[in-house]
Each structure stands twice: as structure tokens, then as C-alpha cells.
Design a protein around this ligand. Sequence first.
Ligand code: ADP
Ligand code: ZN
Ligand code: ZN
Length: 741
Amino acid sequence: MYANVIIDISHEKVDRAFQYRIPEALSGRIAVGVQVRVPFGAGDHERKGYVVEITDRAQWNTEQIKEIAGVVSGSVTGQSQLIQLAWWMKERYGSTMNQALKTVLPVKQKVRKKENRVLVCLLPDAQLREAVAEAARKKYRARERLLRAFLETPQIPYAIAVRQMNLTAATLKPLLENKTLAVEAHTVERSPVEALRKGGAEPSRLALNARQQAIADDFAARYDRGDRQTSLLYGVTGSGKTEVYMEMIDHVLKKGREAIVLIPEIALTYQTVLRFYKRFGDLVSVVNSRLSAGERYDQFERAYSGEVRVMIGPRSALFTPFSNLGLIVIDEEHEGAYKSELSPRYHAREVAEQRARMSDAALVLGSATPSLEAYSRALAGGSRLYRLTGRAKAGSHMAEVKVVDLREELRAGNKSIFSRELKAAMEQELADGRQIMLFLNRRGYSNFVSCRSCGQAVKCPHCDVTLTLHRNGRLVCHYCGYQTAAPKSCPSCGSPYIAGFGTGTQKIESMAREMFPSARILRMDLDTTSKKGGHEEILASFAEGEADILVGTQMIVKGHDFPNVTLVGILAADLSLYSSDFRCGERTFQLLTQAAGRAGRDEAPGRVIIQTYSPGHYAVECAARQDYETFYRKEMAYRQVLRYPPLCALLSVLVSSRDERVLDEAVSQLNRWTLKMPEAARIQLIGPAEAPIYKVNDIYRKILYMKQENYDILIRIKNRLEILSGQAEWFSHVMMQFDFA
Ligand code: ADP
Ligand code: ZN
Ligand code: ZN
């Protein structure tokens, strides 16, 4: 047997694994992830490396393969755990070991400056308050936001300030020059937690209410007993889940262990990060997609060395190389962003469970609208269910929700996208000086160009999708990047009557401007947030009252508390209801419920108006009543009938090729292979069917679906298909992608 070994733990080294022979004497002790000593280079100097793969196939001439010299004792480190995790991911999701390793290992890149500088405030408290008031008066929003933070904490790490609060040099420079703030080297004594401890006080924390406390206590007791069953914290929006997570983390840190907190990127705002920072001080660090590879590597190094003990971040924070991980929290566990769209196409919930198992850590999932997977499991006793049923803040109540039937509006002669009721409500809120959110549950924009004579939309010549009209007048394909000038006449029939169509956020913004000319309107979608930090900027300025109306896609419903928002208008609930994805009902329910949860976060009562063409659909009805339980029952019944997850495991095999005939031959061959397998009788095979978008970038795509109650059977089938296709020469013209739904 042979072992492939990487000498250096990094993303780049993965492609250069070296093969060694496993000597008889060591055969029982060598496994993936084990750290070994190997002779290396011309001089055969001994180096340490990690085993990433074990195989019976020699890479080259067996004579030249050197032997492993020994196993490094006590070698189960955070690193070896990550390598084992990569192996598990490769097996489970079907990718190469390289792809899996590259997913879990950071890109090694040194940052020049170590980021341990902090911003401190030089003003005494009274003067600081004065400065905050002045910034507010002059409407220096960024300055106000920053100074306000110093009212609650003595220092802010420079990196968090710049990365999470999006401070620019223009904001910082004058404050440094007039000695309001200073940049200093980090000292532990000044961290908020340490400073408070010295003064005898506990770090900033809210007194938990009885329900929160009971959950935290039960968790702690189970933790101490060694009970590592997954917990599901199901609590309505604003019920205080985050406070509970922090209590749990505190418990685990006190046991000398570390914690990872996953938060979807769009909810990872400075408000959220600051909350954790105020509680745990410098023990907290954040990774997000805005970090450069070097900054990211630096954060992971700090975690590895034990300097950082709570890592917050999106999906990829799961791979923080802690060596004594004790807890993983996944907030908003139902979020689609936890599923990776790159190979290995893993789900963070499943990988977290595996990582927790490997390091004897606890896993806590939290949501106001749990995924069917998580909730059904909790009901079946497979995980511990905790509930928080009301808002945590005194005086804050769930909003009143009204459903407006858009068909009725049309019958009454109202062709506008704003129903009469929504318009009246907007008028009233604006008159009262309150804020409004208008929500379009559709990704990005939907502006395409179509012909009014023949009805054809202008499509991409390389893909089966319509081109998107951008403001600069160009048509762009969002799948392959193809661009062209908008045509003057219809490419299909030559008619000159060709025009833009669609109700994107831009259109809603301009209609709202027409209707309420004096209202200040902000828009948040892919277009306005594409620049670095654009998303945070818009949310922050809305939170600070710089606009009356915020128009946006799902990006606007997460992460920020907007105490002054008393009306949420959902313009067309149906937009996400009818799609080819079997989860569209669940997604719609989640989006509507989360959006509704934005209204009335403070004491002022909130109102939500849901406009829809399908007022009778259970996803809409249940969201309007904020009735998760009924939604859950109806949706489960639907999944039961059609045998969809979580009642059945679903494997899709996306097969693609440039040559349509090769593609057809390949899918038939896969079908035949599958039918010959011993498990064939036990799976339901569907397709092959054309993929929802048949052609992308001149590559044709078909899909095979396989359903079976038992996940492991599907994994076996996947493995065998990988082997069989790997042995067939002509399959090199075919690409296969496995995806577990
Ligand atoms: P969730 O994570 O469930 O949406 P949060 O933890 O963000 O809820 O809490 C919502 C709001 O309620 C926050 O403003 C938070 O400060 C406040 N809050 C949470 N717990 C308490 C408590 N025990 N007492 C007072 N306010 C609380
Ligand atoms: Zn295209
Ligand atoms: Zn035409």
C-alpha cells in the first residue's frame, strides 16, 4: 500500500502530494490525516507531512518510491482533523481529494503587517458623548457610528473597524488628527473583557429572560454530562437566540475549548460582530469574503495558535483549525447559502455535524424558520429541540400581517405594482416619519428585452437563458458573461417593437419615486452592492435614518435591527413560489416570515402587507399567520407524496458535454450501469431530463435523479458510477457532477 503525503499544510501544496510506501510495521497506524516522518528531497532529509490519501496504485515505478520513516506521536492535531474531514467530504459528496483539501485548507500567504492594532478613544466619557452628538447633528453618519461604539467598548480592533464597519480613510483621518482616536499596538489589558474583569465587573451581557436561561442551563448540563446530541434552537425573529448562543459559547470557553459561529454572509454585519466582540473581546475574530487570502490565513493562524478562540464567519469558517473545538453554532441554519455550489457540493450543516463528531464538540442550530431537515429530525427525537416563542425585548410584538390579492386589484382597475392598501399604508407611515421596507423576493434583477410582436425574449446565443438588460443599455448573460448591444429590432421576427420588460428592484424604486416624490429612497440589490462593503453601507445608512424607504431583494431582510421600520411591503410573494426547485415553497415561507419579522422590532407596532396572486397557497397563508407548525405539516405531506427530502435522499447527476450525441450516449450508459447494480430495485430512477437550463456556454446538460430513503445506498451508487465512468475512455468528453439535495 502507498500513502500520498503533503509536506506542507496549504492549499497550494495539495497538487504536489508525494507518494511513499507504507512499511509493513506501520500498516496499522497509517490513515488519512496522520502526521508522518518521511525522507524528502535529494538528501533524504527527514520532514514531517500529512497523509492525505491511501491507495494500492503506485504513481510511478515502484522501485523509486521511498518508505515512510515513522508516525509522529500524538499527531491528531487540528490539521489532521481537517484532512480527515476533507476525506469524509470527498467520499460523501463526490469530488476529488484535491478539491476537498482545497476547500478545507487555507491559501498560505503571509500578510506583511500582523493585524493586532486597535483603535482607542482618547476622550473622556462626557466629551465623547458630546462628540457623538455633534457628529449626529452634522449628519456625519460613519463618524457617529464609530464614536457611538466607543461608548460601549474601550477599544475596537482596527481590522474589525475597517472590515466590518467599512470605515474609510476620510472618516478616520480627521479623528486621528484631532486626537479623538488613536491607533495603538494591541494590549490585552485594554480589551473590553479584561478591562471589565479588572474593575470587578463581568463583561457586557444582558440578563437572560427565564426561557433563555433555562435553555442555556439545560445545554450546559448536557454538555457537562458529555451529551453531544445536536440542539435545534427554534425561536421567532428577535426572540433572543444570539444571546443564548453567547451564553453557550461562554460555557464552552470556560471548559478551555473553542467555538465556531456560522452566520450567513449577508447577516454578518458590524452590529452582529460588535455584539460578540463586546462579550468576548479579542478572543473573537471574523472571517468573511472581503478578506484577502493573506488576511484569512492570518486569522486561521491566530486560531491555530490559540490567540483567537471564537471564530465567526460564513460557511468557510467551519474550517478554522482549532485543535480543541468544543462548539459549532449555525445561525439561520435554513439558509441556502450554507450549501456550496462548488465541488465538493457540501452542506455546512452536515459537515459541521461530522466535524463536531470528530472533535467531540456540540452542534447548535438556530432559526426562526427551521429547515424541514432540522425540524423533522428534532421531532423524531434525533436532536434536542429548544423553543423561544416571543420577542425578547420588552414591549416588542410580532407584526400584524395582511394579505392583499393582486387579482382583486386588477379587477378593480389598479394596474400598479402597489395595491391601494399598500399605497395608503405607505402614505400614513411617511406622514408619521416612520420607515418602510419594500421587498421583492427575487434574486437580482429581472430586466430582459422581449418582442411585443412575436413575444420572443432576446436570448444568449450560448446559453438557454434570456439576456439581462443593464442600465448602460447592454445586454449581458449572467451565466457565461456574453455581452451585446441591445438590438433595435427583434432578432427572431424583425419587428421594431422591442422593449425592456420586468419588475426588478430598479423599476420599483422609480415607481415609488414617482408616487412619493419627497420620500428619500434607497435601493439594495446586486447592482448597488457590488462594490466592496456596499451592502453594509446601505443597511447602516438606512438604520441611521438616512432614508424613508428601502427597496431591495432578500439582502434586506437579514442582520440589521431597524427599530424605526413599521411597515414592510412584500410586493409579489409569488415570485419565488413557482420554480423548478422542490424547495420553492419552503424558501417562500422562510423569506416571507423573515421579511415580516423586520417590522416592529421596537415598541412601535409593525405592519406587514403581502401582495400576491396566490393568496390561498399554504406558504403564503402560513407566513401571514406566522404559523410555522402548519406550514411544516403541509409541506411535509407534499414531500411525502412526491418522495422528496427530508423523507427521501435525492441524488442528482448532472451530465454535460459539448457534443449533444455524446451527452445522450453518456446518460443512457449511466442509466444502464445503474440498472445493473444490485441496489437498482431499491432506488427510484428519474430521467434523464434536460437540465433547467439545457445549454450553458455551449455545453449541453442533462440530469438523472435517484431517490432512496437511505443516503448510504445513493453514495454507493455514486461511487460505482465514478469508477465505471473513470474506466471508460470516451467518458473523458463528458463531465459529471453529483449533488445531494
Ligand atoms: P434573534 O437572534 O433571535 O433574532 P437577538 O438575540 O438578536 O434575537 O435579540 C433581539 C433583540 O432583543 C436584540 O436587540 C437583543 O439585544 C434583545 N434581547 C435579547 N435578549 C434579551 C433579554 N434577555 N433582555 C432584553 N433584551 C434582549
Ligand atoms: Zn450565455
Ligand atoms: Zn419578434
